[in-house]
Design a protein around this ligand. Structure first.
Ligand code: ATP
Ligand code: MG
Ligand code: MG
Ligand code: MG
Length: 471
């Protein structure tokens, strides 16, 4: 079953059960300063859950574009390394605003998976929150899920929250067993993080609003929020064990492989780079489509970091020329029907990516050379010196996470304390240089200007410390 058909099947199933089909909201949440990016389907319904907004329907279904590359949910470091994580992905979700609760949510999910999609029950594992006897009884007594494929988990996995504040509640998750030949233990076990048992669907029983002191206040009405990654479900239905082997990514990987003249499957290392490119072109294109521009702070800085990581992986594959923007066309060809706004933005996306890529290509090679030289001089087992990390970020535009990506590939640690010291020293120096000259005012004007011209290169201060400006 192709991904487009899965998307439609999900929407149709829930529409036939009285759910209103609601379009995806943008990746930049409207009026929500607590959140960097839309990281789940429930984000656009947050105020409805909180009782602050009334909608003309009590049940909804959507396929929501999501980003998890900053803030509470951040999977950037996992991309290319696990079978299941992306920075950008689509979340299929059904929602009840004070209408149905646990029993119906569980029934709908089970019916959709086992009846509509025909997945065998023996391949599905279920978890509930450790104190949630009600959900446990529904799964075991009513749905007759086998107790050997059922477990209870604690706060970390089975109490879901959108961010540090906002709607939250206990959840119940459904996993798919990809087979004994793949390493990894069942949910709740110490080696659950492998790729054998993959979490596909999370049913959240929204019951509380968490405030900034951590206090939980019951919501006006218990509600339901579910999320299932389209890419993970596609892997299951297409009989592959890695999301990157689904139709969603294969077209992009093929396009990247052609541009890099490196076939997929040539080596584990080049495959990782191709997967990263396929992931990052989706993230960057949708971010620009939704109005984010590369910059040195906040959302724009996340975008810039992702672009630079992509360009570095291209270089690693031996690509010298600008190439990343050329992946936009195949992306539009595969996702433009589901997301017409992407098709509309195609030229702007290409223009922005090309520009940003050109800018970085100038310093990328020199930075890589500097890093190679520094690494060659290191005693065995020594971390990359903080001074080097700092120079790469300050002079060559290497965000810290980009250097970390390279360090990881080479099995090296990073001296982050040394980096912080170098950064503090530079700030001290620039403060000393400015003070007494009346230039502080000018600095502020320049700063304000830069903030209003998001695409402007502004490498003066801040924003280069990896977490810079990220909410
Ligand atoms: P995991 O434990 O695998 O990191 P999660 O528990 O963080 O997933 P949830 O916050 O419960 O994920 O999100 C609901 C669903 O969204 C998940 O069950 C999964 O199908 C999908 N999902 C979550 N994160 C990602 C991601 N980074 N890439 C692709 N799909 C994802
Ligand atoms: Mg996660
Ligand atoms: Mg999980
Ligand atoms: Mg989960």
């Amino acid at each position: 079953m192709k991904s487009a058909a899965i998307r439609t099947a999900f929407l149709e199933f829930f529409a036939s059960q009285g759910h209103q089909i609601v379009p995806s909201s943008p990746l930049v949440p409207r009026n929500d300063p607590t959140l960097l990016f839309t990281n789940a389907g429930m984000v656009q319904f947050k105020d409805t859950f909180l009782g602050l907004e009334q909608r003309p329907y009590a049940r909804a279904v959507s396929t929501q574009r999501c980003m998890r590359a900053g803030g509470k949910h951040n999977d950037l470091e996992n991309v290319g390394y696990t079978a299941r994580h992306h920075t950008f992905f689509e979340m299929l979700g059904n929602f009840s605003f004070g209408d149905y609760f646990k029993r119906e949510a569980i029934r709908f999910a089970w019916r959709f998976l086992t009846e509509t999609l025909g997945l065998p029950a023996e391949k599905l594992w279920v978890t509930v929150y450790e104190k949630d006897d009600e959900a446990a009884a529904i799964w075991l007594d009513e749905m007759k899920v086998d107790a050997t494929r059922f477990s209870r988990c604690g706060d970390k996995d089975n109490f879901w929250s959108m961010g540090d504040t906002g709607p939250c509640g206990p959840c119940s998750e459904i996993f798919y067993d990809h087979g004994a030949e793949i390493p990894g233990g069942p949910p709740g076990s110490p080696d659950a993080d492998g790729d054998r048992y993959i979490e596909i669907w999370n049913l959240v029983f929204m019951q509380y609003d968490r405030d900034s002191s951590g206090k939980l206040t019951p919501l006006p009405k218990p509600s339901v929020d579910t999320g299932m990654g389209l890419e993970r479900l596609a892997a299951v239905l297409q009989g592959v064990h890695n999301n990157y082997d689904t139709d969603i990514f294969q077209v992009l990987i093929a396009a990247a492989a052609e541009l890099a003249a490196t076939p997929y499957g040539a080596s584990a290392e080049s495959d990782t780079s191709l997967r990263v490119l396929a992931d990052h072109i989706r993230a960057c294109s949708f971010l620009i489509t939704d109005g984010v521009m590369p910059s040195n702070e906040g959302r724009g800085y996340v975008l810039r970091r992702i672009i630079r990581r992509a360009v570095r992986h291209g270089r690693k594959l031996g690509v010298e020329d600008a190439f990343f923007y050329r992946l936009v066309a195949p992306l539009v060809a595969s996702m433009g029907d589901a997301y017409p706004e992407l098709r509309q933005a195609q030229h702007e996306v290409e223009r922005q990516l090309h520009r940003e890529e050109d800018k970085f290509r100038e310093t990328l090679q020199r930075g890589l050379d500097l890093l190679d030289e520094a690494i060659a001089k290191l005693p065995a087992g020594a971390p990359i010196p903080g001074e080097v990390i700092f120079r790469l970020s300050d002079t060559y535009g290497f965000p810290v996470d980009l250097t970390a990506d390279i360090a990881r590939e080479r099995g090296l640690e990073m001296d982050m304390a040394g980096f912080d010291a170098a950064l503090a020293e530079q700030r001290q120096r620039s403060r000393a240089a400015w003070s007494g000259s009346g230039a502080v005012k000018a600095e502020k004007i320049y700063h304000d200007l830069a903030m209003h011209l998001p695409a402007t290169e502004f490498l003066g201060y801040g924003g280069c410390d990896g977490a810079g400006g990220v909410l």
